[in-house]
Design a protein around this ligand. Structure first.
Ligand SMILES: Nc1nc2c(ncn2[C@@H]2O[C@H](COP(=O)(O)OP(=O)(O)OP(=O)(O)O)[C@@H](O)[C@H]2O)c(=O)[nH]1
Ligand SMILES: [Mg+2]
Length: 295
C-alpha cells in the first residue's frame, strides 16, 4: 500500500521521487510537546505518500513531549531515543545520525527537520526530486525564489542574513545560499561515507550551540558533496515553543569552527585534504566500514 502510494506521489513530482527508496526523518526534540502535536499529523500525511521512518530524540524534555510521542507511536511507528539528561542539539543530532546509519541503506534518503512546526514536511518530496537530480545534500532555503520567512522580527532577520553572509564568505559552497537552516535532505550514502571517514568527529562541535548545523556542511563539502537548494518558507509565526538558539554560544561556535578549519598548523582544510571523496570508497555500504576509509 505504502509503496504504491510512493509511485503516485512520485508521478506528481515528475516521476523521480521513488528512485531513492526510503525516507528516514530525524527529529531532535526538546520541550516541543505543543508543536509536535501539530507537526506529527502533517508527518502522518507525508507517510501516506512516501515510505517513511521517523526517529525522534527526546533530549530529556520536561513538558510532556514523551506523552505526545507515545500518542502517535502506533500510527507512525516512531523510533524514539531518550536522553536522561539534556545534552544539547549537537549530541542529539549526532545520536540521530548514528542511529539512522545503523538502520538505513545507501540508497535511502535522510531528512533532518525541527520539531517546532516552522518546517513544512510537504516540501520533502521536492527535496527528494532534487537529490535525484544528482545532489548529495539538499537544503530548504529561504533565499531561493519562492522562499522566505513569515513572523521573523527585523532584528532576527538581519542577524540571520548577516550570519549567512559570514558563512558564505568563509565557506563558499557552490549551489548554497542557506547555511543556518537545519532542514535538509541527505543521500544516505553521503552520511554513511561521512561517518566512516570522520567517525565521531563528523559532529565535533557539540557544546557550541547550533554551530553543528554549519559543521556538517563543511565536513560534507570536504568530502566533495554536491549541494542544492529548494525554496522554503520558514513559518516562524507558527512557533509555539521558545527558541532554544543561544545566539552568543552559536556565534562563538561559528568563530571556533572557522579557526579550526583555517588553523595553519593542521587545521581541518589540511588535515582532511586527502580524505577519500564521495564515491571513492567503493560502495557506500563498504564506506560504512571505518577500516576501509580511515584516514
Ligand atoms: N535534543 C535537543 N534538541 C534541541 C535542543 N535545543 C533545540 N532543540 C531542537 O532543535 C530544533 C531547533 O531548535 P529551535 O529552537 O527551533 O531553533 P532554531 O530553529 O535554530 O531557532 P528558531 O529560529 O528560534 O526556531 C528543535 O526541534 C528543537 O526542539 C536541545 O538542547 N536538545
Ligand atoms: Mg526552529
Amino acid at each position: 500500500m505504502r509503496l504504491s502510494q510512493t509511485t503516485n506521489a512520485s508521478e506528481r513530482h515528475g516521476g523521480s521521487a521513488a528512485r531513492l527508496s526510503k525516507v528516514w526523518l530525524l527529529l531532535p526534540a526538546f520541550n516541543e510537546a505543543e508543536s509536535l502535536s501539530l507537526l506529527l499529523p502533517k508527518i502522518k500525511k507525508l507517510a501516506d505518500e512516501v515510505l517513511l521512518h521517523t526517529i525522534v530524540c527526546d533530549d530529556a524534555s520536561t513538558d510532556g513531549t514523551r506523552d505526545v510521542l507515545r500518542e502517535f507511536d502506533d500510527e507512525l511507528r516512531l523510533d524514539i531515543i531518550v536522553h536522561k539528561m539534556n545534552r544539547g542539539l549537537g549530541e542529539t543530532v549526532r545520536d540521530l545520525f548514528e542511529r539512522v546509519n545503523e538502520l538505513c541503506s545507501a540508497d535511502d534518503v535522510i531528512v533532518r527537520m525541527d520539531c517546532d512546526d516552522t518546517h513544512d514536511p510537504a516540501i520533502i518530496l521536492s527535496m527528494i526530486d532534487k537529490l535525484n537530480q544528482g545532489c548529495d545534500v539538499v537544503v530548504a532555503s529561504r533565499f531561493q525564489p519562492g522562499g522566505g520567512q513569515v513572523g521573523v522580527n527585523r532584528l532576527r532577520s538581519l542577524l540571520s542574513t548577516a550570519a549567512n553572509l559570514f558563512m558564505k564568505l568563509l565557506f563558499p559552497i557552490r549551489g548554497l545560499k542557506e547555511y543556518s537552516c537545519g532542514y535538509r535532505a541527505y543521500r544516505a550514502s553521503a552520511i554513511k561515507t561521512a561517518l566512516a571517514v570522520y567517525g565521531s568527529d563528523f559532529i565535533q562541535l557539540k557544546g557550541l550551540g547550533f554551530s553543528c548545523t554549519l559543521e556538517k556542511l563543511v565536513k560534507l563539502r570536504m568530502l566533495g558533496a554536491r549541494f542544492g537548494e529548494v525554496p522554503f518558507v520558514l513559518r516562524y509565526d507558527r512557533k509555539l515553543s521558545q527558541s532554544k538558539m543561544l545566539a552568543n554560544i552559536t556565534t562563538f561556535g561559528y568563530i571556533t569552527l572557522a579557526i579550526l578549519y583555517y588553523w595553519p598548523w593542521n587545521g581541518w582544510r589540511n588535515h582532511y585534504k586527502h580524505i577519500p571523496k564521495l564515491g571513492e570508497c567503493g560502495s557506500a555500504e563498504g564506506a560504512a566500514k571505518p577500516q576501509s576509509c580511515r584516514l
